[in-house]
Design a protein around this ligand. Structure first.
Ligand code: AMP
Ligand code: FE
Ligand code: FE
Ligand code: ZN
Length: 279
């Protein structure tokens, strides 16, 4: 069983439609795949229909942008009720804040490079969630940088004078909100310390107390030292260790299935779901 629980589509900052991502998942030989766009579940219906057709088991998911004392934290949630009012209010606030924040980043970059909000918004297309990758794409179009990666390194990285953060809910509040809606939550790439600051172990302990179910241990942004630290931590806190690709289509090097979740660990996530829905 090949299980990949973290992928993105054009609903957020991936480059393939939900249908394409599911077709590619089947071609990559995956048996189970989750779609986890940033702050939106708008891709679920298309992905679910295509996955059924392509013979892949679909897991409805999301990657919720959160914060803990100014540090960005990404929280995966699976199977939650998308119609839940608390969930939708929380996500809508983030998506709205992202638009104003992207406009401000574009305004700042526009003082030095040829980029406009119109170009970025065209690049974002039908995306429900606007992000820095769309700004990167507009910069690539203008020939300012060759790739998304280069745009991040040179211009979009936190700490650059163009960078602006956006509103995001406090992480333990987000865990409780997703859980109340039946969501099984997993901390995404908790040790990705080359892309920004990461939270301390004591914060992960507090997340576990708030109802966190799993830790994404096997991820491209974790070196071996991080993987072994996080695997030990998952064991100590009785959190489910997962692995996933964080596929973004052609927007990142990450390939579908490059990291996987063990079937026994996936069964633990499913059991946590059952435990939530039975009371
Ligand atoms: P934002 O959500 O707008 O803050 O942008 C963060 C997103 O940018 C992450 O979800 C990543 O998918 C993407 N990202 C971060 N670093 C890179 C990079 N070096 N190359 C391509 N995409 C990146
Ligand atoms: Fe992303
Ligand atoms: Fe993430
Ligand atoms: Zn992701």
């Amino acid at each position: 069983m090949r299980i990949d629980l973290h992928t993105h589509s054009t609903v957020s900052d991936g480059t393939g439609s939900p249908e394409q991502v599911m077709r590619e998942a089947a071609e990559a030989g995956l048996d189970v795949v989750a779609l986890t766009d940033h702050d939106s579940t708008a891709g679920w219906d298309e992905a679910s229909a295509t996955a059924a057709d392509a013979g892949v088991a679909f897991v409805p998911g999301i990657e919720v942008s959160c914060r803990h004392h100014g540090i960005s934290v990404h929280l995966l949630s699976y199977w939650h009720d998308r119609a839940d009012e608390g969930v939708e209010r929380m996500l809508a606030a983030t998506r709205d804040a992202r638009v104003d924040r992207a406009k401000e980043i574009v305004r700042r970059i526009g003082e030095d490079y040829p980029v406009t909000w119109e170009a970025v918004s065209e690049r974002a297309g039908d995306a429900a969630t606007v992000g820095r990758p769309h700004i990167a794409d507009a910069l690539v179009d203008q020939g300012v940088v060759p790739t998304r990666d280069a745009a991040f390194e040179a211009i979009l990285v936190p700490g650059s004078r163009y960078y602006v953060p956006h509103y995001a809910p406090e992480v333990n509040q987000a865990i409780r909100t997703m859980r109340a809606a039946g969501g099984v939550t997993v901390f995404a790439h908790p040790g990705a310390d080359t892309r920004g600051r990461i939270v301390r172990t004591s914060v992960i302990e507090s997340m576990a107390r708030a109802g966190l179910v799993g830790l994404e241990v096997h991820h491209r942004d974790h070196d071996l030292r991080q993987r072994s630290r996080l695997a030990d931590l998952a064991e100590r806190l009785d959190l489910v260790p997962t692995g996933a690709s964080d596929y973004h289509g052609t927007g990142k090097l990450n390939r579908l299935g490059e990291n996987l979740t063990a079937p026994a660990e996936f069964a633990r996530l499913e059991a946590a779901r059952g435990a939530l829905s039975s009371h």
